[in-house]
Design a protein around this ligand. Sequence first.
Ligand code: NAD
Ligand code: G6P
Ligand code: MN
Length: 444
Amino acid sequence: MKKYNIVIVGGGSTFTPGFLKSFCRMKEEFPINKLVLFDINAERQKTIGEFGKILFEELYPEADFTYTTDIEKTYTESDFVFMQMRVGGYKMRESDEKTPLSMGMIGQETVGAGGMAYGLRSTKEMIKAVYDIRRYAPDAWILNYSNPAAIVAEALRREFPNDKKILNICDQPENVVRSCSRLLSCDYKNLDPVYFGLNHYGWFTHIYDKTNGDDLLSEIKELIKEKGFLPQDAEQRDPSWLDTYGMVQPMMEDFPDYLPNTYNQYYLYPEYKVEHLNPNYTRANEVIDGREKRVFEECKTVIKAGTIKGYVNIHEDAHAEFMIEVAMSIAYNENNRYIVIVENNGAINNLPDDAMVEVAAVLGSNGPRPMRVGNIPLFQKGLLENQLACEKLLIDAYFEESYEKALQAFTLNRLINDAKKARKILDALIEENKGYWPEFKKAE
Ligand code: NAD
Ligand code: G6P
Ligand code: MN
């Protein structure tokens, strides 16, 4: 069995320890030769890297584990590059969330003005990183889930139109499917979803039972009405995530045709969400005080003890396992089905060919083969076309360094929706993102 060479970009990510544990647990199914962590923040990565060394020494001594900030060392001979960078860190996430909220608009990691701010930061660094990868590993598969994945996917499509080994992917549709399995008390592997949308803006039209083809969506609807909706791993979730899943119930009452992605809450109930989010303590703070603190403390405890024995409680969520399974489907040409982000080209019949859409696809060593969903209804089509135009204009603004295009993108965004508000928030975010964004020029 071939042993693969793996890179994780954003080695200092809060998700890395869970990933490393999953690689150790899955070593029979997906044996690796070497795993390299790469980060631009050496100090942050060191804590995770030193933890990783101990973990691999004890659980996976046959694999070569290293961490570095050297690009050539990182990418040479790599087969799969998992990308999880957060450009600007949680400090800039706070700005993305709080600045719009202070002006009465949704601020969120991936949607609204905050998502656009993060999108411009990620675009610059992701393009650079893909050039770095291709210099040393022209054939490696790049699995990107750095956010905001929809905007990053559009930027990479434009910069690397012929690169067929970049796959943008998000775990949220899968998380929603797993939540359905909790509700139905069944194995999530038994569920076969049909889905359409843009990343963090989509709907499930069917959730089939794999064994007999029955559509379980109406049963799921009834159960949500009765019991509400919880993440599969609700017991490990922060309160804001429980609120987010909770919003699926009202979304399904108002729009009962399809099961929504949880992120649709921001697009459908922006006023309610603005009223209920705390502008002084947002998700960034919850993560800083929660996941980030916990992960780094756990790594430091292991480093101090010099062993993982007795300290094996590092949280291994579904995320890493899911991403590793995606890599396996490509590596072994398994042709399993995953919901991924692809260039539309007819998958959603009544959206443009050049949209980066999120749909189910068969995934093998030749990449994703998307499954057609046909025409989507006018309501969802209208919402998605608005967001698509917004994201495309934002990426136009990036490449053309055009203030006017950025202003158009911000004005078009459903969570801003007013040209004066758009100019105000854009100007504020330009200040806050100095050095991260392109320097927008105003037309003479
Ligand atoms: P984090 O801040 O803990 O980690 C991100 C790491 O990236 C940091 O160590 C940082 O130094 C590093 N980094 C920043 N710029 C970089 C660059 N140019 N090159 C290499 N490394 C760089 O963040 P996190 O909360 O762990 O999330 C990491 C990323 O993964 C985010 O973009 C997040 O949105 C994304 N994510 C996506 C999904 C999904 O399903 N789409 C799920 C989980 C996380
Ligand atoms: C989900 C989303 C990701 C997001 C992640 C963590 O999995 O699909 O895009 O990055 O949650 O979000 P959090 O708010 O916990 O950092
Ligand atoms: Mn996501």
